[in-house]
Structure formats: structure tokens, C-alpha cells
Ligand binder design. Structure first.
Ligand SMILES: Cc1cc2nc3c(=O)[nH]c(=O)nc-3n(C[C@H](O)[C@H](O)[C@H](O)COP(=O)(O)OP(=O)(O)OC[C@H]3O[C@@H](n4cnc5c(N)ncnc54)[C@H](O)[C@@H]3O)c2cc1C
Length: 450
């Protein structure tokens, strides 16, 4: 053992310090298999004090620390570079009883989104974040990436759920604000600063999170449409008449074919369509009929019970795994004003074909949370290191007044393109914050900035 791993073992117990490729592969390769790195070891602390001690040991040895939760991030932000220490938060399992009076809960960074959802549901409340990676993605990781997801159109992203954090800073100091006092105007909101900071400013160890009342009966409708323009106008129509829209998802025939081939699911509708809109509306059960009438949906599948709804959601939620089963995808999550979605989608085909390496045809699968202007553009075919298609798609999003990262963050993948979305002044201010809190660049160097 090197003295670094020896010191870490002395701090948290040798059984919680993993070394060797067999034990570390799951931590050094990302979910898509596109990003890989090497680590000196993986440290798995069980308490906040142990996180602080690890940070101090690594600072002494001048070795960078890469925080990692469920490792479901899609931009390489949790993957170590060369010889870093991966600090896995999965053993930070605090989960306090739900405070039903305040509608809040305190959860450790290593609790998964699915565990938090179940905990809230047992207390008659609901967590506002839901995503297909819920069984692995953690409270800490979703805060660090400000994750969005299926219900963002209704409840906002993770930032909107976040009331306070406990976190370890680069000097090993601990900040903690888990009281859940909502009326609190006492200076900088450090929890919100850490949200979306991708592990570059501090390591979140626990969070105080907002919960929501359980919505009345939900109705899920899946309908075929001619393309994204129709999907957007149909959604506008539905939203204008049904105030309780909490999810609005879009996918296309190419993605559906991949999902069906991967899962063996039957066709969702009697006829095939170029694209599909999935909407979930909460309200009385008779909204199902109402919704069907609004949309004049001749060919729609409507579910009013949880099992039926899950069956319809599977067509959308299983896209990511079906795409990954088909190859190593370039995953580009972009967003534009909803009014520009159709124009952007129209420009994508030509732009992606033009970025194909000579002699190769690229396969593009598009889906997304269109209620918030998001499209996930997945491209199969280019080599993992080839950035051509990434650059073309992200620049296109910026040209349409949008974002090069709707929800996954910048990570390592999009660092060179940050200036497409952020001015030199903004990047300068972000760098100043980073330098103030982490002057030697101990936490996640290479993520967000070079
Ligand atoms: C099938 C699938 C579906 C997905 N759907 C969505 C979706 O709908 N919406 C969405 O937003 N994302 C989605 N994602 C992406 C991913 O799940 C989210 O980015 C999620 O927030 C990552 O959580 P994690 O715990 O896996 O974090 P990781 O991947 O482990 O880490 C992500 C980043 O956060 C940092 N980090 C992790 N934990 C901490 C911590 N405790 N303190 C400080 N920094 C930390 C890491 O260093 C890294 O930069 C999906 C991914 C998959 C595989």
C-alpha cells in the first residue's frame, strides 16, 4: 500500500479503501462506457467526519478527490482523471423521519432517489424529482448536477427542492444548515451555490429537501404525432385546459424501435407514427376522457392506474438503456425555448450527418422533456473520443438561444464548449468562487473548467 492508501485505511478502515482494477472498474468507468480514468483508490466513508478526514489526507498528499454517488452522470464528471482518489458517498445513508408538519426531510448523500421517493410516499408525501436512473442516482449526485427529470415541468429541478445542505469543503471544514427554516435571509445561500457545482466546490454529505403533497389521481396519455411541431402545439393545448400537467415527454419512431427491440415490448398503439407525446396530468379520474377529447386523440393509450401508467412510461423511460445496449452513445442534452424546438429539431438531421466521419453513417435517437424545452440527442457511431458531433449539436443549441446542458451538467465532456453559453465575465466569476473555496484545485479538477 502507498502511504496515501495506508493513511486512508487508517482513517476509515482498510475494508473501505478499494484498490486494484477488479474492485475499481465500476468507479473508474462511467455509465455510458464513453469516459474512463484511473484512480489510486476508492474511499468509501460512512460519516461526514470521515469525509472531512479523507479530504485532509488527500490534501496532505496533494492528490485530487473526485466525489461520486451513483455514477449515473452522463458527462464524465464523476470519473477520475489520472490517479485521483474517488470518494464514494454511497455509505452516507442517513435518512431522518419525514417532518410532515414542514413537508421536509433530511437525507444522506448516498440515499438513492428511489429510496427517498419510497420514504416520502410512506409518510403520504412525494419527492419532486423522478428520473429513470432513480435506483442508483443519489441525493448528493442529483444536487451536485442539479438534476431535472420527468416532473421538472411541475416541481422544478433539484435546486427547487433544496432547502439546506451539510457539506465538506476543500479545507476539510464542514458547513451544515439542515434546520429547514424557509424564511432565512442571512447572507449567501451556500446550498444553492453547491447545487449544480458538480463536486468542484464541496462534497455534499446530507441535504434538507422539500416534499410535496401527493397529487390527486394521475392520468397518463401516450399519443402518436406527426413530429415535434405537432407535439409542441398539442402540449400547449393540453396545458391551457388542464392545469395539472406534471410530465410532458417526447420520443420518436427510431427510439421506440430500439426500445421495443431491446425490451420485447409490444407496439404501444395500433398504428405507427413518426413521433410520440407522453403526458401525465393530475386531477380527477374523469380527466382521462377529458384529456382524450382535448387532444382529439383517435389513437391514444390512456392509463388511469399506476400499473397502466408504468406500462406507458416504459416506452419513454427505457430509451437510455436501449440506446446504451446498442453502442457507446454520444449523449448531448440540450434545451431551447419551447418555441424554437421544432426549428432546432429540423436542423439536427443535417448537422449530425455533416459531422459524420468519412464513410460512416451516424444513428441519431432524439427524445426529451419537451415541457421544459429539452431534447436528449443521442448519436451512435462516432468513436468515443471524436468530438465533432458533440460540437455541432451543442453549438446549434446555443445558436437557437438555448443551453448546451439542460440537466446533465458540463462535467469533463463539455468543458471546451462552456463559453458558448457563459460569458467571459460569468466564467471569471465562477473561477473566482472556485479559487476562493478550493485554492489548490483539490476537488474534481478538470470538471467545469480546465
Ligand atoms: C438511465 C438514465 C436516466 C437519466 N435521466 C436523467 C434525467 O431525467 N434527468 C437528469 O437530470 N439526469 C438524468 N440522468 C443523469 C444522472 O442520473 C444524473 O445526472 C444524476 O443526478 C447523477 O447522480 P449520481 O448520484 O449518479 O451522480 P454521479 O454520476 O456519481 O456524479 C455526478 C456529478 O456529481 C458529483 N457528485 C456526486 N456526488 C456528490 C456529492 N455528494 N457531493 C458533491 N459532488 C458530488 C460528481 O463528482 C459528478 O461531477 C440519467 C442517467 C441515466 C443513466
Amino acid at each position: 500500500m502507498s502511504s496515501l492508501t495506508g493513511d486512508l485505511a487508517a482513517t476509515i478502515g482498510a475494508e473501505h479503501v478499494l484498490t486494484g482494477p477488479d474492485l475499481m472498474t465500476g468507479y473508474t468507468t462511467d455509465w455510458t462506457r464513453r469516459y474512463q480514468g484511473t484512480a489510486t483508490c476508492v474511499a468509501r466513508p460512512g460519516t461526514t467526519a470521515q469525509v472531512a478526514a479523507i479530504v485532509q489526507v488527500c490534501a496532505r498528499h496533494r492528490v485530487a478527490v473526485v466525489p461520486q454517488g451513483g455514477n449515473t452522470g452522463l458527462v464524465g464528471g464523476a470519473v477520475p482523471a489520472n490517479g485521483d482518489v474517488v470518494l464514494s458517498t454511497r455509505r452516507l445513508r442517513r435518512l431522518d423521519p419525514v417532518d410532515t408538519l414542514a413537508g421536509q426531510v433530511t437525507a444522506g448523500a448516498g440515499i438513492t432517489v428511489a429510496e427517498l421517493q419510497a420514504h416520502a410516499a410512506a409518510a403520504g408525501l412525494e419527492y419532486g424529482i423522478s428520473l429513470a436512473s432513480r435506483d442508483s442516482a443519489t441525493v448528493g449526485g442529483t444536487i451536485a448536477t442539479n438534476a431535472g427529470g420527468l416532473y421538472t415541468v411541475r416541481y422544478g429541478g433539484t435546486r427547487a427542492q433544496l432547502l439546506g445542505v451539510e457539506a465538506v469543503l476543500a479545507d476539510g471544514g464542514v458547513i451544515s444548515r439542515l434546520g429547514g427554516v424557509r424564511a432565512d435571509n442571512t447572507g449567501y445561500d451556500l446550498a444553492q451555490l453547491l447545487a449544480g457545482s458538480e463536486g468542484t466546490l464541496g462534497i455534499v454529505t446530507a441535504a434538507r429537501l422539500r416534499l410535496w403533497p401527493v397529487e390527486p389521481h394521475a392520468v397518463t396519455v401516450l399519443t402518436g404525432v406527426g413530429g415535434i411541431e405537432t407535439a409542441v402545439s398539442l402540449l400547449a393545448e393540453i396545458r391551457s385546459r388542464a392545469p395539472g400537467v406534471r410530465a410532458a415527454e417526447y420520443f420518436e419512431a427510431a427510439g421506440l424501435a430500439l426500445v421495443r427491440a431491446h425490451t420485447g415490448l409490444p407496439a404501444p398503439l395500433p398504428r405507427a407514427y413518426p413521433a410520440y407525446l407522453l403526458v401525465e396530468v393530475t386531477g380527477p379520474a374523469d380527466q382521462a376522457d377529458h384529456l382524450a377529447r382535448i387532444a382529439a386523440l383517435e389513437d391514444a393509450a390512456v392509463a388511469v392506474d399506476p400499473a397502466g401508467s408504468a406500462a406507458l412510461w416504459a416506452y419513454r423511460e427505457r430509451h437510455t438503456e436501449a440506446i446504451s445496449a446498442a453502442g457507446v452513445p454520444h449523449k448531448l442534452d440540450i434545451a431551447v425555448p419551447v418555441a424554437s424546438l421544432a426549428a432546432l429539431r429540423g436542423a439536427l438531421d443535417g448537422a449530425v450527418s455533416a459531422a459524420a466521419p468519412p464513410g460512416r453513417t451516424l444513428r441519431m435517437i432524439v427524445f426529451g422533456h419537451i415541457g421544459v424545452g429539452n431534447l436528449h440527442v443521442n448519436v451512435l457511431g462516432p468513436d468515443p473520443a471524436d468530438q465533432a458531433v458533440d460540437e455541432v449539436v451543442l453549438r446549434l443549441a446555443a445558436a437557437y438561444g438555448g443551453s448546451i446542458s439542460a440537466e446533465h451538467g458540463i462535467g469533463r465532456a463539455k468543458v471546451p464548449l462552456l463559453s458558448n453559453n457563459r460569458s467571459a465575465q460569468e466564467i471569471g466569476a465562477m473561477r473566482a468562487i472556485k479559487t476562493a473555496l478550493d485554492p489548490v484545485g483539490l476537488l474534481n479538477p478538470g470538471v467545469l473548467f480546465t
